[in-house]
Design a protein around this ligand. Structure first.
Ligand code: HEM
Ligand code: NAG
Ligand code: NAG
Length: 310
């Protein structure tokens, strides 16, 4: 009796570990090498043509879409899910959370590129991986540096609108709040400053902008015009965002940008990033993005656990 119970346990453990390594194999850069050889080529070509047809700002919009995916349940493509009451539990879309509604862009682009990938490799590549790959390619296309991406993540079947509302920081945040919001996702204050460098590209609506800059641009919540986050080169991934924060009249557009120079330590970091000696900003940005602008490795296994429960 005793020995057969032990044997049963042993068999169960071996079966479980085989199952988990076969069906939920290790994440790796080469995850799709055998099942979708043309993946990288498709992503590269599609991102390049998107930036021509939709304009270079779309590269910025895609980067932000990824950030907003990752800060809510991790980088699991949950941001792409629409409202759906037929699902159990019902999906309440993150698209309608306050930081996202009338603001997030790029959903059509991801759908289109997903379609292209499906045409070549049906049912193989997750939406979460496509969003991550597209984001990296967009940053490179706008002049930035890439980072190694571990692929093979599963897509979420649930969304979390409430978490989008609480965990995505408001542009009116002070420095303490920003550091806490990033710490919650296991990012340091240094990584907050590096990732905020994403605001070297793209635009913001006047309503989201710091009062001093609303006055400087003469815009209002009523006309709500779009303003460049980096007023010199909003389509180029460079370090001028940091230079703007150091001007005597701090040209940071959002309040959350401007407060990064309100601590001596972080201001020194801004000075270093502005000069980008030895590519310091590019390197730090890439290293932080490599953590998947979310919760890093710790949560990756959690996403896979969720997938296992499906
Ligand atoms: C530090 C906290 C952050 C706050 C409070 C914040 C807030 C905002 C806001 C309010 C906008 C303008 C949205 C609009 O007016 O429609 C914006 C734009 C943008 N954000 Fe952030 N953001 C933060 C961090 C990040 C991070 C970490 C990334 C990516 C790594 C990012 C990437 C972008 C990009 C690229 C745009 C321009 C999007 C476009 O042109 O469509 N942001 N952000
Ligand atoms: C920062 O903002 C939070 C939330 O609005 C507030 O509770 C806190 O007192 C502020 N901290 C400082 C130092 O202003
Ligand atoms: C940041 O510092 C500037 C000047 O050093 C000051 O005018 C401003 O009130 C500070 N902002 C915050 C949110 O502490």
């Amino acid at each position: 009796m005793a020995s057969s119970t032990t044997g049963g346990h042993y068999f169960f453990l071996v079966a479980l570990s085989l199952l988990s390594s076969a069906a939920y194999g290790q994440l790796s850069e080469q995850y799709y090498a055998t099942e979708c050889l043309p993946l990288d080529q498709i992503i590269k070509a599609e991102v390049r043509s998107t930036l021509v047809t939709d304009g270079r700002r779309m590269g910025a919009s895609l980067l932000r879409l990824f950030f907003h995916d990752c800060f809510v349940q991790g980088c699991d493509a949950s941001v792409l899910l629409d409202d759906d009451v037929t699902k159990v539990p019902a999906i309440v879309s993150e698209k309608n959370a306050n930081p996202n509604v009338n603001s997030l862009r790029g959903f059509d682009v991801i759908n289109r590129i997903k379609g292209k990938v499906e045409a070549s490799c049906p049912g193989v590549v997750s939406c979460a991986d496509i969003l991550a790959l597209v984001t990296k390619e967009a940053v490179i296309a706008l002049g930035g540096q890439g980072w190694p991406l571990l692929l093979g993540r599963r897509d979420s079947t649930t969304a979390n609108k409430a978490e989008a509302n609480t965990d995505l920081p408001s542009p009116a945040s002070n420095l303490t709040t920003l550091i806490a919001a990033f710490n919650k996702k296991s990012f340091t204050a240094r990584e907050l400053v590096a990732l905020s460098g994403a605001h070297t590209i793209g635009l913001a609506q006047c309503a989201n902008v710091d009062e001093t800059q609303q006055q400087r641009y003469g815009c209002s919540n009523a006309n709500n015009v779009l303003l460049p986050l980096d007023e010199q080169t909003p389509n180029k991934f460079d370090t001028l965002y940091y230079g703007n924060l150091l001007l005597p009249d701090n040209r940071g557009l959002l309040h959350s940008d401007r407060v990064l120079v309100n601590s001596t330590d972080l201001k020194n970091l801004v000075v270093q990033y502005a000069s980008n000696r030895n590519g310091l900003f590019f390197q730090d940005f890439a290293n932080a993005m490599k953590k998947d602008v979310g919760d890093g490795r710790a949560h990756r296994s959690q996403w896979r656990d969720q997938a296992q429960l499906q």
